[in-house]
Design a protein around this ligand. Structure first.
Ligand code: TZP
Ligand code: MG
Length: 207
């Protein structure tokens, strides 16, 4: 299981309609076509859809993932995971605990964001399939993002947990993605470098 997760984390695209300046479904289709290996529907923050509109977009994006055979993960919305039967859920430190989620979703992926040693200490890693480490670099995408922690956070985690699936997040671009992998990550998760790419195919290939 960890090996297939690691492979899927390689180019992990995250997005919600609030990150898009054009049709999110078309953006995801282009990214899938270009070779992303997993997708997370993160519909949250200013300008995000709610209620039925969120569900409807989730269904459309999930269909694109299904067609391509890549995992469709939902950010922090247990009801939506249930409703769509998503492949997994990604949560932050202040969301529902991985331990509780594991009871509800014994067979789905559970991803957890971990930003520092203190959070790591309080993270029930036994119930988690992968961790999102970051923000590695400065990001303007998440308004409440913590300070950038740098590549060292990846190498520290890798040293402590040799086989844990780790994906870097935050400010990752086509220029710095290789350094995240060299530091020990299994993959990169990306919003802006794909949603705002002039040429999505080229961006995903470069990643
Ligand atoms: N969590 C930590 S940083 C971040 C999230 C969701 C935003 C990443 O977005 P970008 O545009 O790839 O920096
Ligand atoms: Mg959250």
């Amino acid at each position: 299981m960890p090996d297939s997760i690691k492979k899927s984390l390689r180019k992990y695209f995250i997005m919600g309609s609030q990150n898009c300046t054009r049709n999110p479904v078309e953006i995801l289709e282009a990214a899938v076509e270009a070779g992303i290996t997993a997708f997370q529907f993160r519909e949250k923050g200013e300008g995000s859809l709610k209620g039925e509109a969120k569900i409807e977009l989730g269904k459309q994006l999930q269909a694109v993932c299904h067609k391509a055979g890549i995992p469709f993960i939902v950010n922090d919305d247990v009801e939506l995971v249930d409703l769509l039967d998503a492949d997994g859920i990604h949560v932050g430190q202040d969301d529902q605990s991985a331990q509780d989620l594991r009871k509800v979703f014994p067979n789905k992926w559970i991803g957890l964001s971990v930003s520092n040693a203190n959070e790591l200490e309080n993270s029930p890693l036994a119930y988690v399939d992968y961790i999102g480490a970051g923000p590695i670099f400065h990001t303007s995408t998440k308004t409440d993002a913590k300070a950038a922690v740098g590549l060292k956070w990846i190498s520290t985690l890798r040293r402590e947990f040799p086989s844990l699936p780790i994906v870097g997040i935050g400010g990752i671009t086509t220029e710095n993605a290789a350094s995240v992998m060299e530091a020990g990550a299994d993959g990169v998760s990306i919003i802006t470098a794909i949603t705002r790419a002039e040429n999505i195919e080229r961006a995903v290939k470069l990643l």
